[in-house]
Design a protein around this ligand. Structure first.
Ligand SMILES: [Zn+2]
Ligand SMILES: [Zn+2]
Length: 256
């Protein structure tokens, strides 16, 4: 299999003791490329993903301010981000969006920082990676108002109705470990109706490990479990899911 993990946090301190081994295991499992999300611990540091992309030719980066960290963003943050967004190893702006579950930053600040980054992404000509939790309606209305279309709904966890809305806005739906959870029947229904050319897979490592590793530290190699489940759900071969999701990633992120 030739797979892409379209979303992982390889900078996380949970990987400090064995990061190189984790990356080697991913490659041995067929995960040939990984997108290192660059949000890290939040501003002023924006280079958590880039530091890895500079070390490994098969790792790409994003830059962005996670909604959790919105309150830490300053004008200097966005100026620095604008410069980094021009870097060839930075494929997208993300993960950006709204998180009303934790409310680590006030909601009005989250919305403002989200919109600022949508404008920045548009100027940079880069796709976006969306994080949205318990904030679906606000996320969609801001996208409709401020975003010309396209990007990734990361760790998509809605049902068929939300899937259709996101697809209508031109988004790719990225499925992670939650797809393997016993109760995720509506999510699997969404995965069934997603057109083949809009499917992506991810781990969101170190979070949200798929069954049978649920509750443990997640790592990019485990994306294979999600691919197997997605293949079952769609009545496809795992190899075909791998091909399709890899091609989709290349089309969206590498313009090929
Ligand atoms: Zn997220
Ligand atoms: Zn993430």
């Amino acid at each position: 299999m030739n797979l892409v993990d379209s979303h992982c946090h390889l900078d996380d301190r949970q990987f400090d003791a064995d990061r190189d081994e984790v990356i080697a295991r991913a490659r041995a499992a067929g995960v040939e490329r990984m997108m290192a999300i660059g949000t890290g611990g939040g501003p002023p540091d924006l280079e958590a993903g880039l530091r890895l992309a500079r070390r490994y030719s098969f790792i790409y980066a994003t830059v962005g301010v996670h909604p959790h960290d919105a309150v830490k963003a300053t004008p200097e943050t966005f100026a620095a981000m604008e410069t980094l967004a021009a870097d060839a190893q930075v494929l997208a702006i993300g993960e950006i969006g709204l998180d009303y579950h934790y409310d680590f930053s006030p909601r009005d600040v989250q919305r403002e920082v989200f919109v600022t980054q949508l404008r920045l992404a548009e100027r940079a000509g880069k796709p976006i990676v969306i994080h949205t939790r318990e904030a679906w309606d606000d996320t969609l209305s801001l996208l409709r108002e401020h975003w010309p279309g396209g990007g990734i709904m990361h760790c998509f966890s809605g049902g068929p109705a939300e899937a259709r809305q996101a697809l209508d806005l031109g988004f790719y739906l990225s499925f992670g470990g939650v797809l393997t959870f016993p109760k995720a029947e509506l999510l699997r229904e969404a995965a069934r109706l997603t057109p083949e050319d809009r499917l992506l897979v991810e781990t969101d490592a170190p979070y949200l490990a798929p069954v049978p590793r649920r509750g443990k530290r997640n790592e990019p190699a485990f994306v294979v479990e999600t691919v197997r489940r997605l293949a079952e759900v769609r009545g496809m071969a795992p190899e075909d899911i791998a091909d399709v999701t890899t091609r989709n990633f290349e089309r969206l992120m590498l313009n090929c």
